[in-house]
Design a protein around this ligand. Structure first.
Ligand SMILES: *[C@@H]1O[C@H](CO)[C@@H](O)[C@H](O)[C@H]1NC(C)=O
Ligand SMILES: *[C@@H]1O[C@H](CO)[C@@H](O)[C@H](O)[C@H]1NC(C)=O
Ligand SMILES: *[C@@H]1O[C@H](CO)[C@@H](O)[C@H](O)[C@H]1NC(C)=O
Ligand SMILES: *[C@@H]1O[C@H](CO)[C@@H](O)[C@H](O)[C@H]1NC(C)=O
Ligand SMILES: *[C@@H]1O[C@H](CO)[C@@H](O)[C@H](O)[C@H]1NC(C)=O
Ligand SMILES: *[C@@H]1O[C@H](CO)[C@@H](O)[C@H](O)[C@H]1NC(C)=O
Ligand SMILES: *[C@@H]1O[C@H](CO)[C@@H](O)[C@H](O)[C@H]1NC(C)=O
Ligand SMILES: *[C@@H]1O[C@H](CO)[C@@H](O)[C@H](O)[C@H]1NC(C)=O
Ligand SMILES: *[C@@H]1O[C@H](CO)[C@@H](O)[C@H](O)[C@H]1NC(C)=O
Length: 418
């Protein structure tokens, strides 16, 4: 398939990958010397009798168009870079590249065709400002990196079920990503692509970790498991619907999403790391965590929420920092959880618009009346405090300590994702 003004990486489905010729059977004329660079069509034509070439083929220079004909397999990599006049490239007999396919700094490239390509280790497309679409029929790839292109949509890779890394960043014109991936073994990252990317991964069942930044909507119709971390940072999306998600092995971060009003995590039972929902300015109700029973790290929720509901939450292994500026938010449920020993970390802070509670627990993580406990309430400027600790100074010192350790926990979670 050829798309006008588009990059086409198509593969013929029916074709079967020929068994790799062993290196020893490849004529020496089909081996690429390590420092060799092709810079003309004649250089490429010198490989036309080779069904397999061994080595890393680099194409660069002032060509306007180029084709690699006859070659079915590269035991090595293919790199086309800094060919600033190149408008089209084709390698339509190529079925397999054992290492990477890199297209980099090709400022006027608008068509690249890999009509038979089924198998590649890494696709790395970087700085392709004239390319506006990608379609592929690849059946096997470990990594796909697409950065700084003019792509408006990424709908290809339809035959790919599984990948290690899928990373799409800094494609400022990107409007849609529609993926059929089922598993992402290392990381799925969609970041900095402008503010209007609609992404859907409706076949995705699990991913090791997922980071979304600057997307305007996200759809994960079948996502059941995130093995490591899940982050939604600085997006313009109005809602996050992850009602099929059952477990997050690492941390959950939902931070600085200014248009976010609705969450659905109604099937989530555990978060292995920290739980952070912060700075989502329009998020007023956080009441969809109806099945959540355990949090393996710190619990941090800040914002203007009136409700924060964890009906089944039994155990938070870290501390907690809950701060709402809404006056109708009540700390009662969290205070009760903390009193029962449900918050096992060394700090607990809960603040609503009117009151604030902070507790420094003992090193063993149990509540103990001998330890400092401070509860302060302030209203209209007047404030009273009640301390069961031996001295106010001790309570004050303990208020600061958990505050800073909580900020440490927040910073650690944020750094892991940003
Ligand atoms: C890119 O190619 C031009 C000539 O076409 C050359 O002058 C320049 O040094 C090359 N840049 C890099 C980074 O190789
Ligand atoms: C992809 O290409 C860019 C530009 O050459 C490079 O900086 C980056 O490290 C490459 N990524 C991978 C995973 O190969
Ligand atoms: C992620 O979790 C799923 C479901 O439990 C599991 O099948 C998969 O092997 C895990 N993947 C990794 C990379 O741990
Ligand atoms: C993805 O998860 C692994 C742990 O399984 C972690 O080492 C890695 O840093 C994570 N990557 C990102 C981008 O979050
Ligand atoms: C969020 O994105 C905007 C641009 O869209 C940027 O100016 C701002 O610094 C980002 N904020 C964070 C917390 O990343
Ligand atoms: C919630 O999880 C259960 C299994 O634990 C599953 O049967 C149910 O369909 C899930 N609900 C949604 C909305 O995915
Ligand atoms: C929330 O925003 C405030 C002020 O911009 C910032 O100091 C804080 O670090 C943010 N919290 C998170 C978890 O990003
Ligand atoms: C808290 O107040 C806000 C607006 O004042 C309202 O929208 C919200 O429903 C209230 N929440 C609860 C739990 O009462
Ligand atoms: C202070 O706290 C103690 C124990 O929690 C309670 O018995 C007492 O009534 C409280 N005093 C005030 C003034 O709130």
């Amino acid at each position: 398939m050829q798309y006008k003004n588009g990059l086409t990486v198509a593969a013929v489905l029916a074709a079967s990958v020929s068994a790799a010729n062993s290196t020893s059977s490849v004529p020496s004329s089909c081996s690429i010397k390590s420092d060799a660079t092709a810079s003309s069509q004649a250089d490429l034509d010198s490989y036309s009798s080779c069904s397999t070439i061994v080595g890393d083929l680099i194409l660069t220079g002032d060509l306007a168009s180029a084709a690699l004909s006859g070659v079915e397999e590269i035991e090595g990599s293919l790199t086309i870079k800094n060919a600033t006049q190149l408008t089209s490239f084709s390698a339509d007999s190529l079925k397999k590249i054992s290492e990477s396919l890199t297209l980099q700094e090709l400022t006027v490239l608008n068509t690249a065709s890999f009509g038979s390509l089924e198998e590649v280790d890494t696709i790395n497309f970087t700085t392709l400002p004239a390319v506006s679409s990608i379609v592929t029929k690849l059946t096997s790839a470990k990594q796909i990196i697409i950065a700084d292109t003019a792509l408006e949509s990424i709908a290809g890779f339809e035959e790919l079920d599984e990948i290690d890394v899928f990373n799409v960043n800094n494609n400022k014109g990107l409007a849609t990503i529609d993926s059929k991936l089922k598993h992402v073994k290392t990381a799925l990252e969609i970041t900095y692509n402008g503010q209007s990317a609609d992404v859907s991964f409706d076949e995705l069942e699990w991913a090791n970790n997922i980071t979304l930044r600057d997307v305007s909507s996200a759809s994960f119709a079948k996502l059941a498991n995130v093995n490591a971390s899940l982050g939604f940072i600085n997006n313009s999306l109005p809602s996050i619907d992850l009602s099929t998600l059952e477990e997050i092995g690492g941390s959950l971060s939902v931070v600085s999403n200014d248009d976010l009003t609705k969450l659905d995590f109604s099937n989530l039972t555990s978060v292995g790391g920290g739980f952070v929902i912060a700075n989502n300015t329009k998020l007023t109700d956080i009441d969809t965590f109806s099945e959540l029973t355990t949090i393996g790290g710190a619990l941090v929720v800040t914002g203007k929420f009136g409700s924060l509901d964890f009906p089944k939450l039994k155990s938070v292994k870290g501390g907690a920092d809950i701060e709402s500026t809404a006056s109708n938010f009540s700390c009662d449920d969290l205070n009760a959880l903390q009193k029962k020993g449900g918050i096992q970390g060394d700090s607990f802070v809960c603040k609503d618009g009117a009151t604030s509670t902070s507790v420094k627990l003992t090193a063993t993580g149990t509540t103990d009346d001998d330890d400092a406990t401070s509860t302060s309430a302030s209203d209209g400027g007047s404030s009273t405090s009640n301390s069961t600790s031996k001295s106010k100074a001790a309570a004050g010192a303990n208020f600061n300590a958990p505050g800073s350790s909580i900020m440490g926990a927040v910073a650690a979670v944020a750094f892991a994702l940003l």
